[in-house]
Design a protein around this ligand. Structure first.
Ligand SMILES: NC(=O)c1ccc[n+]([C@@H]2O[C@H](COP(=O)([O-])OP(=O)(O)OC[C@H]3O[C@@H](n4cnc5c(N)ncnc54)[C@H](OP(=O)(O)O)[C@@H]3O)[C@@H](O)[C@H]2O)c1
Length: 260
């Protein structure tokens, strides 16, 4: 049974809510009693998801500030409130060494991954949350803490989103809580190029023995968004199947336990 965490009557906006982690989050919030408004670029996916959730939706690009203000207006017009914002839409482009990065693609990574979350929170704050309170969850990545080949723009922008989360948490308290969830490798389209060719080996290398499912992340978002986390702000909840602790694995629990 899905715990409700008291989200009945609340209204949520989920960017990138038509696929992968965002769709799982939108479903979890709706399942917990919230009214949900989703955004994504593909209009058919938006219409299908809004209908499935008996909610609302607006097609558009989060990099377009007008889309974000229209999204906020739609949510407030439809639900009369906007209690929860989940900044989930992101791009992992440009892919490759930073010395070869096209400056326009680099700027777009920041527009989608960093600017859009800030702008949407500003819109929601002005429209409802500043007066009535609320909760924001930004979807970052476990990878934001380290460097890696070819993902410099993505990693740098997500590290900025992590910082933005903490900064906003301080600025908007006590009225609005702002937290992030940092997923490890999750079975979605965005990450298919990683898990598709090598899932068994990747799963075996993880302490919890499998890659993530979108619902693993959605449950963490749901908890942070809810009153169950009412004394939590500025936190980053890592949901990674043990990725960050894998170097401590011995692969032989019996021997490790017997060794003083
Ligand atoms: N999957 C992983 O392993 C993983 C790991 C760490 C962090 N994450 C993070 O998790 C979040 C969700 O990723 P995912 O793996 O679920 O991706 P996904 O399956 O590719 O879904 C992305 C969603 O965002 C929408 N979207 C993408 N760009 C957009 C834009 N510019 N404007 C509006 N909507 C946009 C997509 O719809 P349209 O294409 O129709 O716009 C789709 O609904 C991202 O923040 C990602 O960085 C994922």
């Amino acid at each position: 049974m899905t715990p409700t965490y008291g989200l009945e009557g609340r209204a949520a906006v989920v960017t990138g809510g038509t696929r992968g982690i965002g769709l799982a989050v939108a479903r979890a919030l709706a399942g917990a009693g919230a009214r949900v408004c989703v955004s994504a670029r593909d209009a058919r996916d938006v219409a299908r998801t809004a209908a499935e959730l008996d909610g609302a939706g607006l097609a558009g690009d989060v990099a377009d500030p007008r889309h974000l203000s229209e999204l906020t207006e739609l949510a407030v017009r439809t639900f009369g409130r906007i209690d929860l914002v989940v900044n989930n839409a992101a791009t992992n482009r440009p892919y490759g060494p930073l010395m070869e990065a096209d400056p326009r693609a680099w700027s777009r990574a920041f527009a989608v991954n960093v600017e859009a979350p800030l702008r949407l929170v500003q819109c929601a704050w002005r429209a409802w949350m500043g007066e009535h309170g609320g909760s924001v969850v930004n979807v970052c990545t476990e990878g934001a803490e380290h460097v890696g080949p070819n993902v410099g723009a993505y990693g740098t922008s997500k590290a900025a989103l992590l910082h933005l989360t903490r900064q906003l948490a301080g600025e908007l308290a006590p009225r609005v809580r702002v937290n992030s969830v940092s997923p490890g490798l999750v079975r979605t389209e965005m990450a298919r190029f990683v898990w598709g060719p090598a899932e068994p080996a990747l799963a075996a290398a993880l302490p919890l023995g499998r890659i993530g499912e979108p619902e693993d992340v959605a449950r963490a978002v749901l908890w942070l968004a809810s009153d169950a986390a009412s004394w939590v702000t500025g936190a980053d909840l890592v949901v990674d199947g043990g990725t960050r602790v894998r170097s401590a694995r011995t692969g032989n629990l019996g021997t490790a336990a017997a060794t003083p």
